[in-house]
Ligand binder design. Sequence first.
Ligand code: SF4
Ligand code: FES
Length: 552
Amino acid sequence: MPQITINGKPLSFDKGQTILQVALNNGIEIPHYCYHPGLSIVANCRICLAEVWAPNPKTGQLELIPKLMPTCQTTCGEGQVVYTDSPKAIQNQKAVMEYLLINHPVDCPVCDQAGECYLQDYAYQYGRGSSRFTEDKIKQPKKDVGPHVLLYSDRCIMCTRCVRFTREVTGTGELMVDGRGAAEQIDVFPGLALNNELSANVVDICPVGALLDKDFLFQQRVWFLEKTPSIDGITASGDNISIEHRNGTIYRVKPRTNLEVNKWWITDEVRYGWKHVHSDQRIIMPLIRGEEPFDAGEAALAYEEAYEAINDRLGQSKHIALMVSPMLSCEDAYLLATYVLGIDPKAALAVGPVPVSGQDKTYAGFKVVSEKAPNARGVRRVLQKLTGSRNLMEYDAFIAHLASDATIDSIIFTGNYPSEWATSGLVNAIESRKGRFVLLIDTLRNRLCDRADVILPGATWAEKSGTFENINNRLQSFARAIEAIDYTKSEAQIALDLIAFRSGEDQHPVAFDAQRVRAAMADVHGLAEMVRDVHHPPVEQESHSDMQMVEL
Ligand code: SF4
Ligand code: FES
């Protein structure tokens, strides 16, 4: 393999790779603003410039290329020797930093980007201690450029990442560079708004605090946030995300880079799709029809009475039906079905409704999927295995089955959708046969609540760990970001509790452990892929806050 030497370190490279790419891949930091691996290379910020020596093709002697070279744009050549820490390179880094800060307001104390700002980081590493600029700074306006994004123009360093994103990734081209020289500004074209379905990615790629997320504006200092690697829990994309939270509250969701799935991006739908987690419509306590609602201090009693009622009614049932929502994890599906089949081996199993909106779309290799449930394939995979040759029903067939099969006397529904999901067809099917026992395990209040005999409060995907299978049959695990809110529990934990209750082991309930359940699926039921093929996030992607707030 050809070799290049960067700051004294010999490194191999592939043909066509730039010096910056090889350096970054090998843990050598070269400051850069305008370069982004998902965008074209424009080499306009000039901070990545380095001293490059290249062998003369005739003599083979190393010769210095007279000008500093942009490492983001210069491809590696055999035998090149690069210095990003030579006096000339350092002088350039300092000059660029001084230039970029001339008109910058340096308002870090009130800037959301503080703590994750490249301008801050590089000012610390490559900048001057004090400013020589005594003239007035050019002031530029704040602009509302779209439904999710604000532009603080005077913080902009004109790297043009945002403009290239709208041209090269979404193809919508809402953003442009207006004016020239010191009067240059980013703006939307007249009459346009930055409202494409990936719009908020520009906030992530802006290396400074110029483009800000309205939803996160002044909500938290980023050094207080913990980051948990997760998977899109709203659609079937399987997009890799990071849930950023503090003290049990989610503040924002960001994309995690995965070149095999979502590259560097997520849709605005996925980014803001967590709001129902903190909805005031959450079901937070078990409810038993005909009984007074339990008080906050009675959660243990509420669960005990609810489990007892469920155990009594299901134990007397002739035939049970279970609908597993495609919003649940593979582990939830497995444990719920194991519980039900343990009572009624011939139980009717079905997958809940799989919402679809519009059509799939592809932007520069990034796919927006129309299927709005994260795990329909995973739920089918698990239930099919557990039911063997029996027919696993889809939602419409299940509704018809409920209406026609008079032997079904107990039905278990699971939801966990971010909005109302029970169709009137389902409600009518339930109403058509009176006297059936209905257990609802769900997250948000919905029209089935009025019909359920017992309601158990489920936890959303952000409050539990598990595995989802995306639209391309990729199995991916996700970690619990926040504690289950109030008295909610994951469906998997509820199933484990009910299994323990039924066997009289309720004094020693088993705590849910996703890894152990996946191993059981593989060992007992031949679902080897639940161990073999699951992609896990790299451990280092979990991060904890740098600082804790000290209450005075
Ligand atoms: S707004 Fe941000 S991403 Fe856009 S050009 Fe300015 S600094 Fe770059
Ligand atoms: S990163 Fe190379 S010139 Fe901007």
